[in-house]
Ligand binder design. Structure first.
Ligand SMILES: [Zn+2]
Length: 412
């Protein structure tokens, strides 16, 4: 048993499920002069004021030196294992080319596929681990990682194995998502590829226990709603949980489909309709996962976060870390953009980056907040208040990151 003492303020959302609407702000608690008691398995035994719970000695006492504690970020949408970089596309976009135009020129997802197909799982993990290590040092303690740059049974499995390996190499808790339906491989007919996903890739993923979730890029120019439904229904029947890329490039009623499929999240939602917002507000499971760094990079308007929150949706924020449209593993930047670009309050953005991110990966009962019974995943910052986090744009004031009760990055 150990105690983390001398925390100037402990700020955390409270709950074991996603916070919806006004609760995203209301259910954020601040305790001044706080401490946290953690058992040997990394579970929080108690968290609160020194006065109330800190009045005895412990085997190990850690002085947090007056730093401010926030829950570790749960980055619930990333493509953080890949090969090769695409900075030339970044420049083309800056000059005005669209995501679709770049894809048509041979860039986009397919260019990453070429790099991945020429690499082993070990090579992919070696290349990608630096991004995941960065994320950990920037306060992310749980990260969802998708495949989707292999687009064949063999290469998708290599990516999912690389994701597992990256977790072992870095200490990040990695949750894996099979995204075989990210794009159609060059030279293959779309309908045949959908059949291949269901009859070849899915059984391989299940047989190797390679993923917990299935995701589909359901959007204009990618997979149709009918195709997404066919793939997700098969994946669900095989035991995978569902996530969905939805309404990013066009409104295709993807959000409503996500709710219908019992998806844990509908992600992107840049073009979501009012009907889509209503569907998400009425769901007791599907989290609206917003990816503001992507909106910034593809020069799109941000998702209508205010409207979603005011309608009662549960909103999460994630990085979408990937080599094409969001080359960043920095959740604090996503939080800054959530505040600056989407009009969220710092409290709402914190709930979105922690507890609601955990709900988007079915971990809200154990992760995403600093509460009795949850994992001791948190970070300590040299900042005077929560609002200082989004305010200090692009710079981290993080001092140490704690995963399962142990300091895994930084020093105290
Ligand atoms: Zn994505």
């Amino acid at each position: 048993m150990k105690i983390y003492r001398n925390i100037s303020a402990l700020i955390t959302p409270i709950g074991k499920s996603a916070l919806r609407g006004t609760a995203m702000r209301r259910n954020v608690m601040t305790v001044r002069n706080a401490c946290m008691i953690v058992d040997d398995r990394g579970t929080i035994i108690d968290a609160g004021s020194e006065k109330e719970i800190g009045g005895r000695t412990f085997e190990e006492e850690i002085d947090c030196k007056g730093l401010l504690a926030l829950p570790g970020f749960v980055d619930s949408h990333t493509h953080a294992v890949f090969m090769g970089e695409r900075s030339s596309e970044f420049c083309m976009r800056a000059e005005g080319k669209s995501y679709q135009e770049i894809a048509a020129m041979g860039g986009g997802i397919r260019s990453s596929v070429e790099h991945v197909r020429n690499s082993s799982a070990t090579e992919i993990a070696d290349y990608s681990q630096k991004f995941v290590r960065n994320a950990l040092s920037l306060g992310t303690t749980t990260m969802e990682i998708k495949s989707g740059y292999g687009l064949s049974a063999e290469s998708e499995i290599a990516l999912l194995e690389a994701a597992k390996r990256v977790g072992e190499l870095t200490g990040m808790e990695v949750l894996r998502t099979w995204l075989g339906a990210h794009a159609v491989p060059a030279g293959k007919k779309q309908s045949l590829y959908v059949q291949e996903l269901v009859s070849e890739q899915l059984p391989e993923v299940i047989g190797r226990h390679a993923a917990e979730f299935c995701d589909v890029f359901c959007d204009e120019g990618y997979f149709t709603n009918d195709e997404a439904e066919e793939i997700c229904v098969a994946a669900r029947a095989a035991g995978l949980k569902i996530k969905l890329h939805a309404d990013e490039l066009a409104d295709t009623s993807g959000a409503a489909l996500a709710v219908k499929l019992g998806s844990y999240s509908a992600d992107h939602l840049l073009k979501i309709s009012d009907a889509g917002i209503l569907a998400l507000a009425g769901s007791d499971r599907t989290v609206a996962t917003l990816l503001p760094i992507t909106a910034l990079c593809i020069r799109s308007a941000y998702a209508p976060a205010r409207k979603m929150i005011e309608s009662g949706c549960a909103v999460a924020v994630a990085t979408d870390c990937n080599p094409g449209s969001s080359m960043s593993e920095n959740m604090q930047l996503a939080i800054s953009l959530a505040v600056i670009g989407m009009g969220m309050s710092p409290e709402e953005a914190l709930s979105a980056a922690t507890l609601n991110g955990a709900a988007a990966v079915d971990r809200a009962s154990t992760h995403g907040s600093i509460e009795k019974g949850k994992r001791a995943d948190f970070a300590l910052y040299d900042i005077p208040s929560l609002s200082y986090l989004p305010y200090h744009i692009g710079v981290s004031d993080i001092a140490a990151v704690v995963k399962n009760g142990r300091i895994v990055s930084g020093i105290l």
